[in-house]
Design a protein around this ligand. Structure first.
Ligand SMILES: Cc1ncc(COP(=O)(O)O)c(C=O)c1O
Length: 443
């Protein structure tokens, strides 16, 4: 059924525009009301299948699952705010003990915050404290957040940095984007190697002495920047570079972590361990929460060097603990469910790619899948307007999707989405792609 945008929706949007600072929600008129499982409803009763997990947050279904909600409800009546960096409380400690078990051996220091950007700020601070070095490296197309430190690392869209820079101490390098390799090769391994060579020859040799670089920050799969999967040799090379020069490797798993790719950490797919990991988004089923986990061997900070007010908030911890318990109890079925859903999506999208010239590339790990749209497969010119039109068409037919990069669509449904909803959503997507594919050239 076509979504109807009625007066109530229009009024709320007008009131929003009058009182709220502008953000990024110009895309389409969705005014959230309630939801559960695979579906979300707007204030006028329009029903949507969700392929966005509300920016990769609802990994266990819209509005989390009943276990998470119950845990939060119980905690509300006990105590919400324990001032955890000033006082002690058992639940955050218990959760941290469970959490570190999900990481490779030797990860035992945890810090709680309230968002992805804060988790990265904490990692910046820790890497400078631990190494006593200043410089940080990160990559083009990366997104690490919008507060001063993490925005300095971010290089996805310059508008995000406008009027806020300069950001001294951070150097960006090309990330291997195999479909559009900045070094002009079609071969993913060559692209990975060229990116490593660039780092060595241009950054370490010419710009920042390696013994002054504290850390390399990276996303194991770039999210906001376009769902870009780097070649294995690149990630392995980063690890070696860090080992050679005593730099720390910081994996921003804010979007990729917590099973999104079928493993708890996306980095597991690359056979590499980082020194510090950051997570947020889906960790607490919709309650603001960020976490930074570092290798125990890096040591600790001094008393007073780092703290916050809300980290370890008991509602967030209750949700996070219930989510993690659910993941642990259902690990195998969850993982096989992610993999089978991923296969369904990839198969359907590859079939669509055969038919519609607008699809340039399909790439994904687990249920983190990107569809890059192009005007022409030969020139690979990004199909930006067409992407907006496809997203809008899907919206009006009851499917919520989000963009990434210049012309990519993210397919990130809840990990628990039913096969029926998945197929229904893919049908809506296919109709939209078919409609807007007409002018795109397949060859
Ligand atoms: C990889 C990554 N890091 C950090 C962030 C920032 O997280 P938050 O918006 O919670 O500050 C995001 C948000 O999209 C992200 O995708």
């Amino acid at each position: 059924m076509r979504v109807r945008v009625d007066k109530r929706i229009k009024d709320i949007i007008a009131r929003d525009k009058a009182v709220m600072l502008k953000t990024t929600k110009e895309r389409y008129p969705f005014v959230a009301d309630h939801g559960s499982g695979d579906h979300v409803y707007d204030v006028s009763g329009n029903k949507f299948i969700d392929f966005s997990s509300f920016i990769s947050v609802y990994n266990l279904g819209i509005n989390a699952n009943s276990e998470v909600r119950e845990a939060v409800k119980e905690q509300v009546d006990l105590l919400m705010h324990p001032a955890f960096t000033d006082f002690y409380a058992e639940r955050p400690v218990r959760f941290a003990e469970k959490l570190v078990k999900m990481f490779p051996k030797g990860f035992g220091k945890v810090f709680f915050s309230n968002s992805g950007t804060e988790a990265n700020e904490d990692a910046i601070k820790l890497s400078r404290i631990f190494t006593k070095r200043q410089y940080l490296l990160s990559f083009y197309n990366s997104f690490h957040g919008r507060t001063a430190g993490s925005l300095a690392l971010t290089a996805s869209k310059s508008i995000q940095r406008k009027h806020y820079g300069p950001f001294p101490g951070v150097i960006h390098a090309p990330y291997p984007y195999p479909y559009r390799c900045p070094f002009g090769t079609e071969d993913p391994d060559e692209c990975g190697q060229a990116s490593l060579d660039y780092l060595k020859k241009n950054i370490l040799d010419k710009e920042a002495p390696p013994d002054e670089i504290a850390a390399i920050f990276f996303e194991p799969v770039q999210g906001e920047g376009g769902y870009i999967i780097p070649p294995q040799n690149f990630i392995k090379g980063l690890r070696e570079m860090c080992d050679d020069y005593g730099m720390l490797l910081v994996a921003d798993e804010v979007q990729t972590g917590y099973m999104r790719t079928g493993s708890f950490l996306a980095l597991e797919h690359f056979g590499v361990e980082a020194d510090i990991y950051t997570m947020a988004k889906s960790t607490a089923g919709g309650i603001p929460f960020g976490v930074t986990v570092s290798r125990s061997s890096l040591g600790d900070v001094q008393e007073g060097e780092h703290a916050n007010t809300f980290g370890g908030n008991l509602l967030a911890i209750a949700a996070a603990e219930a989510s993690l318990d659910y993941i642990n109890r259902n690990f195998r079925s969850l993982r096989s469910g992610i993999n089978s859903r991923s296969s369904i999506v990839m198969r359907r999208l590859l079939e669509m790619q055969e038919k519609y010239g607008i699809i340039g590339e399909i790439r994904g790990i687990g249920l983190m899948i990107g569809i890059e749209l192009v005007k022409d497969r030969k020139t690979r010119e990004p199909a930006e307007k067409e992407r907006s039109a496809v997203l809008e068409e899907c919206f009006y037919n009851g499917l919520i999707l989000l963009p990434a990069g210049r012309s990519t669509i993210r397919v990130i449904p809840p990990l628990t989405i039913s096969i029926a909803s998945l197929e229904e959503g893919l049908d809506i997507l296919e109709n939209a792609l078919q409609k807007h594919s007409k002018r795109s050239k397949a060859r």
